[in-house]
Design a protein around this ligand. Structure first.
Ligand SMILES: *Cc1c(COP(=O)(O)O)cnc(C)c1O
Length: 367
């Protein structure tokens, strides 16, 4: 079986350095909030071009804590509206409802799967306070337009960068466009820990200070608590692992782009729609997502040819059992996307020979 993503193979590339990192942390005798975390935070901030990086336990917490901090700072209040894509992974929406804020779903451009300034504009009301763009599948939203719209309407921007480490537009990297950004280092993400991990980036000093306290029980100073915070820390071991993997991100993105370009140039089947790339630097190909009206038959065809595929995602947030209150909404673009998308093998260890096998299999699909 050609796997959808060879996680083991990806991490084996760094085995020696990972073992050294493990030994370093083990021997240090210090496992939470130490040198490994501050080193990684500095390096990741530098990678994104931001002033601050705050490590947290996972990507969902990164998004939750930014909005929680805005509430503590008086910039957001219960019931305020947050504009979010109708076709995102549920974590983006959970972060909103966890803060007693109201998600307002914006339909995406079906060719890029991302929301646009035009779509966002239609949904702005008196209660709108935040735009939460998701750089879905690794392609940056058109942040120049979104930022301009946000400035005009006095809205905060929280980027969901969980799938877009290193994506760029006008030399500005994902995570440095909004007022803040949330990253995930879940093992399958483009920079993956060996467990859960996440981070927040921002250029806002006050926000950074609030987040540093919130992630650590709301404490800015040992045994003094400014807020009723949470325990959401990025531990030393995961930070050390991430420091091993971060320097290779550019090389890994390059490999993902080679595979993507092969697919884009060679998949030719009238039953398949390929994703639209706005510009090469904007896309880091976390996922290569095609659409097909006969998805079930295509999955069967590829499985029969020993090719593993996945669906990101089969059910849109407003149709989840968790969100019955939004079930009545009519969001036809999202619903069509969730009905037709299919993710084909993509990753930094996939070879062009593998990509050719996948391409030939897709090209041989017929009804
Ligand atoms: C993975 C992901 C998250 C959540 O990250 P975790 O680290 O798994 O909590 C949030 N948003 C998007 C778009 C994601 O893909």
């Amino acid at each position: 079986m050609l796997p959808f993503l060879d996680l083991k193979g990806i991490n084996q590339q760094y085995k020696q350095e990972l073992m050294q990192a493990f030994e370093r942390v083990l021997d240090s005798g210090w496992y939470i909030m130490g040198k490994e975390l501050s080193t990684f935070e500095q390096r990741f901030a530098q990678f994104c071009g931001t002033k601050h990086c705050i490590g947290v336990a996972n990507g969902l917490d990164a998004l939750i804590l930014v909005m929680r901090a805005w509430k503590e700072l008086g910039l957001l209040h219960e019931g305020d509206e947050v504009l979010v894509p109708s076709n995102t992974y549920i974590a983006s929406v959970l972060a909103i409802t966890e803060n007693d804020l109201v998600p307002v779903f914006v339909e995406p451009d079906p060719s890029t799967f991302n929301i646009t300034a035009m779509g966002i504009k239609e949904k702005i009301t008196d209660k709108t306070k935040v735009i939460l763009p998701v750089h879905l599948y690794g392609q940056l939203c058109n942040m120049a337009d979104i930022k301009e719209l946000a400035l005009k309407n006095n809205l905060l921007v929280l980027e969901d960068c969980a799938q877009a480490h290193g994506a760029m537009l006008d030399s500005i990297v994902a995570g440095n466009w909004g007022n803040a950004a949330g990253f995930s280092f879940y093992p399958g993400k483009n920079i993956g820990a060996l467990g859960d991990a996440g981070a927040i980036t921002t250029n806002d000093d006050r926000l950074a200070e609030t987040l540093l306290a919130l992630r650590n029980y709301g404490s800015h100073k040992k045994y003094e608590n400014l807020y009723a915070g949470v325990n959401s820390r990025l531990d030393e071991l995961q930070a050390a692992i991430l420091s091993v993997k971060l320097p290779s991100i550019e090389a890994e993105i390059k490999k993902r782009r080679e595979i993507a370009n092969f697919y884009l140039n060679n998949i030719k089947n009238p039953l398949i729609k390929l994703p639209r790339v706005v510009s090469e630097e904007m896309h880091v190909w976390h996922l290569f997502v095609i659409t097909c009206l006969q998805r079930e038959a295509l999955v069967k065809h590829l499985t029969d040819l020993n090719i593993q595929t996945l669906i990101h995602y089969p059910i849109p947030p407003h149709k989840q059992n968790a969100y019955k209150e939004y079930e009545h909404l009519s969001l036809p673009v999202a619903e069509e996307i969730h009905r037709t998308v299919l993710s084909i093998p993509m990753g930094p260890t996939l070879t062009l020979e593998d990509a050719k096998v996948v391409t030939d299999a897709i090209n041989s699909f017929s009804l």
